[in-house]
Design a protein around this ligand. Structure first.
Ligand code: FO1
Length: 320
């Protein structure tokens, strides 16, 4: 079994690339739920859904999230109420774009959780409904919420991940990141089994702070990874000092780390033996090695099937 620690879009793309080098029935994705939120009374798990839809071939290719051929009639219908709701009410919020077809997933998940199912069970049911062969595991069945303290706002406001990422379009500086609930929550038994007993563990090209951070913050996860560090390999989400998607590079700077593969190397050195970096960063290979993780230079931009296959193959080879 190949276990992959995953966030959202970058991880979803890597899981698809992995299909070109390994049997998807042998792949287990351990997925961040720190981005999860409740809106309109619905339980929403964006990274789980991004991965499910991507592996189902149903993702919207331009957005990288949500479904292709989507409509947003429900959201536009909510605007009527958003405009007249009482001050302080969050009802009818339209800042988070929930498509009409996407809503079906949140309606199903919310109803199943209300019946007493846990997130692991519901995630498996949704994956089966979309004929996804990979095993998809939420990192925990208990709530963990990534919260960001902003520096710009005088009162250093604390906002949820989606408020930061979508409502504020992540163009505000971050002072600190916290994972509310991570101390009380437990990684599921399936997750700990997938980390301990996998042939190799791969860390997908996701944001090391807000996508991998919540998974690592769960009790026992970092120790379990460090215990088998020799067969753990990470892929840098930063290429040439910039994130391929999202605010990873800027967040590294804001949190006092280098916005480069060296900053990523510093975060992963305790739990991974090697870090895959793009040739654009080959000049930093020595600096990466100096922080205690082996650099593996391989094109990391999954712009074609050949590039994807090469990245997946090189990553697996480095882990074995
Ligand atoms: N990202 C956005 O930038 N804008 C949105 O309106 C938005 C809606 C949305 C709805 C469902 C879903 O599963 C994901 C959605 N995302 C949206 C992406 C979401 O913010 C993810 O957490 C990020 O892609 C980070 O993984």
């Amino acid at each position: 079994v190949i276990s992959v620690l995953c966030g959202g879009v970058g991880a979803a793309r890597f899981l698809r690339a992995l299909r070109l080098a390994a049997d998807p029935h042998d792949t287990t994705a351990i997925i961040n739920t720190g981005d999860d939120c409740v809106l309109h009374g619905l339980s929403i798990s964006p990274d789980i859904d991004t991965i499910t839809y991507t592996l189902a071939g149903a993702i919207d290719p331009d957005r990288g999230w949500g479904l292709r051929d989507e409509s947003f009639r429900t959201m536009s219908s909510l605007r009527r109420y958003e405009n007249t709701r009482p001050a302080g009410s969050l009802a009818g919020a339209t800042w988070f774009g929930l498509g009409d077809q996407d809503l079906a997933t949140h309606l199903y998940r919310t109803a199943r959780l209300a019946e007493g199912a846990n997130l692991t069970q519901v995630t498996a049911e949704v994956a089966a409904a979309w004929d996804v062969p990979e095993r998809l595991l939420p990192m925990s069945d208990e709530p963990v919420r990534t919260m960001l303290t902003l520096t710009e706002a005088a009162d250093s406001a604390v906002v949820s991940f989606q408020e930061y990422f979508v409502k504020l379009r992540h163009d505000v500086a971050v002072g600190s990141v916290a994972f509310d609930g991570a101390e009380q929550a437990m990684p599921t038994a399936d997750v700990m089994d997938a980390i301990a007993n996998a042939e190799v563990v791969l860390i997908a090209p996701s944001n090391p702070l807000v996508s991998l951070g919540p998974i690592r913050a769960l009790p026992g996860v970092d120790a379990a990874l460090a215990a088998r560090r020799q067969s753990v390999v990470a892929i840098s989400p930063i290429v040439g000092g910039a994130a391929l998607k999202g605010p990873a590079a800027r967040m590294l700077t804001e949190l006092g780390l280098e916005p480069s593969v060296v900053g990523v190397a510093t975060l992963y050195a305790p739990i991974a033996r090697a870090l895959v970096i793009d040739p654009a960063d080959a000049d930093l290979a020595e600096a990466v090695a100096a922080v205690g993780i082996e650099p593996v230079v391989c094109p990391s931009i999954m712009s074609s099937d050949d590039a994807s296959r090469q990245l997946a193959t090189a990553t697996l080879a480095a882990a074995r």
